[in-house]
Ligand binder design. Sequence first.
Ligand SMILES: [Zn+2]
Length: 247
Amino acid sequence: MASQTRRRVLHAVMGSVAGASVGLSALRFTAARAQAAPDTVITLRLSDDLYMLTAGQTNAVARTEPDGVVLVDGASAGLAGALSDAIEGLPASGPIHTLFNTHWHPEHTGLNERLGSAGAAIIAQENTRLWLTTDITYPWDGQHFEPLPEVARPNQTFYAEGDIDSGVRYGYLRHAAHTDGDLYVYFPEANVLAVGDAVSGAGWPLVDWWTGGWIGGIVGGWSYCSTSAMPKPASCPRAGRCSAEPI
Ligand SMILES: [Zn+2]
């Protein structure tokens, strides 16, 4: 996609708060997130068929394919409807047939129940599925999380890596920078890596040590992404800017 076109898209959706660089051309843009209504979804086109959608404080990545949409993360339950509407409005959109959960946190699994009920594949690392079937209470603030209903849980899990028919690849970020179920999803044609909360574009990633993250994993996760077989991918973290450089 030409930079000019990308720039036009960015100008249409972005405002004045310093924000992000994205894509393969190190294009810089500014985000209107601070001024946006709480349920506004900001859409950024990364390539002809790949989009980053920012709902609240989290990013999702959607790829439109001839038989439907591949989605990485599904926002919170409160924003799932808005995200779903935004995906429906993408050019050449269709039903979401595959959802990746980059980890178990509820701000990323809001679409699970809806998509699981519709028969979509929900792919996650096995540890993420286990967390989503478990009662979790954070010891530092008492926050409690119920298990997801069965239909909303990941229905395709893996331990190390895998791919889907369209060539999209995924794998385990085993260093546990955020949780012990972190995964990446790699879109080879656009050379974009979606990494959830394991990498943050807005500072250091939060380490959820209660569900397996540990501080040493931050360096390991970054190192893994930057030295893997993927040549200089643009990386889309859970929050904040995408990076056009290796992370
Ligand atoms: Zn998280």
